[in-house]
Structure formats: structure tokens, C-alpha cells
Design a protein around this ligand. Structure first.
Ligand SMILES: C=C(O[C@@H]1C=C(C(=O)O)C=C[C@H]1O)C(=O)O
Length: 176
């Protein structure tokens, strides 16, 4: 049975709690704890978002979005798998340049603008049945049975961007 996205954290995530609950920039939080931070681009292409994502950004069934997958690294250690859904209609106005980020962190753009609003975080313990679990584990030699993830929607000028972050075990090596 696949678990659902929850609005509250269960108790079984104690060690990941500081990372899951911090509403500030994850890029900034990691940079404060690791001088060798980098974003490694996995893929960025237009496609159809997953059903559980489409309703978060009011995408109709066949509407296309820019789907961006990256890993956040400290040195050679992967810490986070980040999956973002940017509806084509959101890539206008202030956010028209987000389609050309490459290895620049999306967070730098989202948190640089004080007018950006963020919805409450949702949480999910991903397992091997989840597509995002499988994509996050592609670079883990010994993947754990489950991975904690969070997601929320960023809004600017009424334009939504869904950001999902999957925390990899080595993030626990950083100071919480
Ligand atoms: C939203 C942020 O941006 C981070 C960087 C991302 C990217 O470059 O694609 C995606 C999600 C985040 O982990 C953040 O720093 O909080």
C-alpha cells in the first residue's frame, strides 16, 4: 500500500526532522554547513507531471510542465534529490528565466524575491513503490528501505512551482 503525502510529520523521522521542517532555503542551509556545495543537473525537460503533482499546480491532464531533477552535493557526497515541476504557464514574467538554470540552484531564485510565497510543507516516507524513491536511489550503492521527502508550492504573481526534496542518508552527516 503506497503511503500518502501528509501535512504533519510522524514521529519516526526524528533525525531528519530539522531538515524536513526548515521552511528556509535548503540550498542556504546546506551551504552554511558545507563549503563544497554544488547542484548536479540530472535532467530538465518538458513533460507531463505525475498525477499526485498535477493537482498541486492546477495542471490539466495533458498540460505540459518543465520537469527538473537535480542532486544537491557536498563535495562528492549526494545529500538531496530535488524534483521540481514548473508549469509552462509559470515560466513567464519574473520566472521566465527559470528554464535556463542549469546547475544554478533553483532556491537562489525562489528565495531571492520577498514576494514569493510558499505553501505549507507536506511530508512522505517514500519506499521502492514510489517513482521519486527510485530516481533518488539511482546513485546510492546501498539504498535504504525508505527515504523521507517533503514538498511545497512556491507562488509568485499567481504562478506556481512545485518543489519536492528527497533527503538522502548522508545529509545526516552534516550538523543538523
Ligand atoms: C527550493 C530550493 O532549491 C533547491 C534547489 C533545487 C534546484 O536547483 O533544482 C531544487 C530544490 C531545492 O533543493 C531551496 O534551496 O530551498
Amino acid at each position: 500500500m503506497q503511503s500518502l503525502w501528509q501535512n504533519r510529520l510522524s514521529e519516526s523521522c526524528t533525525r531528519y526532522r530539522p531538515w524536513l521542517l526548515d521552511r528556509g532555503s535548503l540550498t542556504r542551509r546546506i551551504r552554511m554547513r558545507c563549503a563544497a556545495f554544488s547542484v548536479r543537473h540530472v535532467q530538465q525537460q518538458h513533460g507531463v507531471a505525475m498525477p499526485s503533482e498535477r493537482h498541486m499546480v492546477a495542471l490539466k491532464h495533458h498540460s505540459r510542465a518543465l520537469l527538473r531533477d537535480v542532486f544537491l552535493y557536498c563535495g562528492e557526497t549526494p545529500l538531496v534529490f530535488a524534483h521540481s515541476v514548473l508549469p509552462a504557464t509559470s515560466l513567464h514574467g519574473t520566472w521566465q528565466g527559470l528554464g535556463r538554470l542549469g546547475s544554478k540552484p533553483l532556491g537562489a531564485a525562489l528565495f531571492a524575491n520577498p514576494r514569493v510565497q510558499r505553501t505549507p510543507l507536506q511530508f512522505k516516507k517514500l519506499n521502492r513503490r514510489d517513482a521519486l524513491y527510485k530516481r533518488a536511489c539511482t546513485i546510492l550503492p546501498n539504498p535504504p528501505a525508505s527515504l523521507w521527502a517533503r514538498r511545497s508550492v512556491f507562488y509568485l504573481e499567481g504562478r506556481p512551482i512545485l518543489v519536492t526534496e528527497v533527503f538522502l542518508p548522508d545529509i545526516l552527516k552534516l550538523h543538523p
